[in-house]
Design a protein around this ligand. Structure first.
Ligand code: NAD
Length: 292
């Protein structure tokens, strides 16, 4: 099999990631069927598509014809069977629960054509925890998109010990066809590439703050004006939410058991006070003051 044989794509899960991954596939000429067990989510995903495409035409990013073609390419269904039965490539994007993913992969193995590649968009569950639920481990890999999937270019293609080189080649080629920038991870590692790098920067920035070496604002300035980051780690924490940083750190700590992954004192302190960042008016910065 090669990339030219990939014409039909199934996306399982129409939540935050799934509907945008499906839209991206449809925009790039793939016949795409997206399934979800939740009817409300399916309706929301379909109305997103119906608003997104005319919006792109209005902005001059798509012609009427391209928008019509993309709309014709995408369908939503509550039946995974219908989504996957003709798929050449399946991207699973359901909630982050290992047992559920294993069950879905076992079902997909039964439903999807035997040549189909089955990829998971999971951020943390490596495909070797899933591959043995199927009879085609060589066709299983992680295909990790970033949020929002229609905008973010990076996709991490993670090769497990069971994943064939052919599966990696086709997955990389698919990402190129979606106008993404894929990177190949030759080994499975917790957190993959980018989340590990971001975590390391955050960890160091928080340590410097907790040790009283510098104020958050100055650490942010160092990252922006010395390393060319578009914003510093504290401003980013305020934007994405300190509640999310706390929860993610706790999840990582539970997963790895490594005390270094526990949320830092300055995250815990703000989390306990309900100072989640921009959305609550206060985090590492105070957004209630007009000049800020
Ligand atoms: P989400 O909760 O927004 O969507 C998950 C969807 O899966 C829901 O709509 C739910 O109804 C559906 N679902 C549950 N069981 C199902 C089943 N049996 N069949 C079909 N659909 C089912 O979650 P999300 O943020 O889109 O994350 C999905 C996956 O993508 C996760 O594995 C996550 O790790 C990964 N991911 C998330 C992000 C992010 O920033 N949100 C980024 C990269 C990767």
């Amino acid at each position: 099999m090669d990339i030219k044989d990939v014409k039909n794509i199934a996306v399982i899960g129409a939540g935050n990631m799934g509907h945008q991954i499906a839209m991206s596939c449809a925009l790039h000429g793939y016949k795409t069927v997206c399934s979800d067990i939740n009817e409300d989510i399916l309706k929301k995903a379909e109305s997103f598509v119906d608003n997104y495409l005319p919006g792109r035409v209005k902005k001059g990013k798509l012609t009427e014809e391209q928008a019509k073609q993309a709309r014709d390419n995408i369908r939503f269904t509550s039946s995974m069977e219908e989504a996957a039965k003709d798929a050449d490539y399946v991207i699973e994007a359901v909630i982050e629960v290992l047992d559920l993913k294993r069950k879905i992969f076992a079902d997909l193995d039964r439903i999807a054509p035997s040549h189909a590649i089955l990829a998971t968009n999971s951020s943390f569950i490596v495909s070797s925890k899933i591959a043995d639920a199927t009879g085609r481990p060589e066709k299983i890999c992680n295909l990790h998109f970033f949020n929002p999937a229609l905008v973010m270019k990076l996709v991490e293609v993670v090769q497990g010990p069971h994943t064939s080189d052919e599966t990696v080649e086709i997955s990389m080629a698919l990402c190129h066809n979606l106008e993404k920038v894929p990177v190949h991870l030759k080994k499975e590692v917790e957190g993959f590439l980018l989340n590990r790098i971001i975590r390391a920067i955050n960890h160091e920035a928080l340590w410097l703050l907790d040790m009283g070496v510098a104020e958050a604002e100055d650490i942010d300035k160092a990252c922006m004006y010395g390393a060319g980051h578009p914003m510093g780690p504290f401003r980013l924490n305020d934007l994405t939410g300190i509640d999310l940083s706390y929860t993610m750190a706790m999840e990582t700590f539970k997963r790895t058991g490594d005390p270094a992954h526990r949320p830092s004192p300055s995250i815990v302190e703000r989390y306990m006070k309900g100072e989640y960042g921009e959305k609550t008016g206060k985090g590492f910065y105070d957004y209630t003051k007009k000049d800020k």
